[in-house]
Design a protein around this ligand. Structure first.
Ligand code: PLP
Length: 451
């Protein structure tokens, strides 16, 4: 029974990113099974997983093919490491596959178990690269406010979440943050196009201020996900590309969310036409079936670091884990065979976008936006003044999120905006359900606020 499970959970389980006091009072939500885009809870309620778990279940839940591949690999070779020049067939096959899927100038992968570990790897990789290049002073890494790159020390530091920095006295030294390209929240005094260029030039200003000879890298998500699906104005990435091409710093495109089809290309940086030197990956690599991450490394960085004659003194017990690699291979096979990347670009992406953007007419919505299968609704108190925000930031978002759950759809709240990132296998009928449920949730929230 749900209540008994909730009591045990409350007594012993400390949930990530959760206010445990209120969780203990309300009881946790217990998900017991899942199939396709639907999850089921301990009361037997079926809910459309509008967030694909945590932006990761690209191929949908319950794919037997992945479970079978994992089972086969478990029986064949459940574990061996990849340290000290050792490897195994699943890691070999996956590395070859990833090199094929990545842009032409990227042919190497370094494995880990999560997006956070991937960014810790990036942190050490970029500094070590410049060291090997005879430029040891190039150490500063520039990230963006409100960016998210994970919860480890480097991940939290590179990210720009102030509430996270406040816990643990972060960022670590040598990290600098520039503004995000958040037009709705911070740029409404000018056109999105003007704002996009100015936001990109913050990077140029930071490089001039700090000195190009001191900067190792710039890291960014193609679209900031956990920050609230911040889709940059169309002028942002082209201007960024100009700056990155002119300056001798490495560009790290954090593809943990935007990779593996989310934006209708294999990688989000391809969608925006920018050329990364490194790409941290995780989530959609295995569709979340098993934990696996990695850093895709360009030939430039690989040659500089790998052929230096020294070890890169970095790695994890589970780097390239054979069972996780088998899950990744089965998952990528499904994405390819079912043409899911193209589906996001030419079929379900445009279909859902058109309907989702229609929610922008709702009296509670200041802006609806979506690229690929990543969308947001900015909730506002007053549609005639879009700069006005709700007094107690996040309260309305939380109300709306809970109502959405009652209306059988998972939407996540970031401050007072509602975000979605559904599995790439979402059917047209399920997309209709998603939008109808979101509309009902907006209506219900509107009525609740009026009371
Ligand atoms: N990078 C980005 C862009 C993310 O969204 C996340 C997680 O949401 C991470 C890194 C961290 O990944 P993980 O939670 O697997 O450590």
């Amino acid at each position: 029974p749900t209540k008994a499970l909730q009591e045990i959970d409350a007594a012993h389980h400390w949930h990530p990113f959760s206010d445990m006091k209120s969780l203990n009072e309300e009881g946790s939500r217990i998900v017991t099974s899942a199939d396709g885009v639907w999850i089921s809870d301990s009361d037997g309620k079926k809910i459309l997983d509008g967030m694909a778990g945590l932006w990761c279940v690209q191929v949908g839940h319950g794919r037997k093919e992945i479970a079978d591949a994992v089972n086969r690999q478990m029986n064949e070779l459940a574990y061996y490491n990849t340290f000290f020049k050792t490897t195994h067939p699943p890691a070999i096959a996956l590395s070859e596959k990833l090199a094929k899927l990545a842009p032409d100038h990227i042919n190497t992968v370094f494995y880990c178990s999560s997006g956070s570990e991937a960014n810790d790897t990036v942190f050490r990789m970029v500094r070590t690269y410049w060291d090997k290049m005879g430029k040891p002073d190039k150490k500063v890494i520039i990230g963006r406010w409100n960016g998210y790159h994970g919860s480890t020390l480097a991940g939290t530091s590179l990210g720009g979440m102030k509430a996270m920095h406040a816990q643990g006295d972060l960022p670590v030294s040598g990290v600098h943050h520039i503004d995000q390209p958040y037009w709705f929240g911070e740029g409404q005094d000018m056109s999105p196009e003007e704002f996009g260029v100015l936001a990109a030039r913050k990077l140029e200003e930071a490089i001039d201020e700090i000195g190009e000879d001191k900067i190792a890298a710039f890291i960014a998500e193609p679209i900031q996900g956990a920050g609230g699906v911040i889709i940059p104005p169309a002028t942002y990435w082209p201007e960024m590309r100009r700056i990155l091409e002119e300056r001798d710093i490495l560009f790290v495109s954090d593809e943990v969310i935007c990779g593996f089809g989310r934006l209708g290309e294999w990688f989000g940086s391809t969608h925006f036409g920018v050329k990364p030197d490194l790409m941290p990956i995780a989530k959609g690599l295995t569709s979340g079936y098993l934990p696996m991450g990695g850093v895709l490394v360009s030939d430039r960085v690989a040659e500089g670091l790998m052929n230096s004659g020294d070890d890169f003194n970095h790695g994890y017990t589970y780097s390239g884990h054979p069972v996780c690699a088998a899950a990744a291979l089965a998952n990528l096979e499904i994405i390819e065979r079912e043409g899911l990347v193209d589906r996001v670009k030419n079929d379900i992406g445009p279909y859902l976008q058109e309907r989702w953007l229609g929610l922008g007419d709702h009296p509670l919505v200041g802006e609806a936006r979506m690229t690929g299968l990543m969308g947001a609704l900015e909730l506002v108190p007053d549609k005639t003044d879009l700069k006005k925000t709700f007094p107690d930031t996040g309260t309305v978002g939380t109300i709306c999120r809970d109502i959405s759950f009652q209306n059988s759809m998972v939407m996540r709240a970031v401050r007072d905006s509602m975000i979605i990132s559904p599995p790439l296998v979402l059917s047209h009928e399920e997309a209709d359900f998603l939008v109808e449920s979101a509309e009902k949730t907006l209506n219900d929230t509107y009525q609740t606020l009026k009371k």
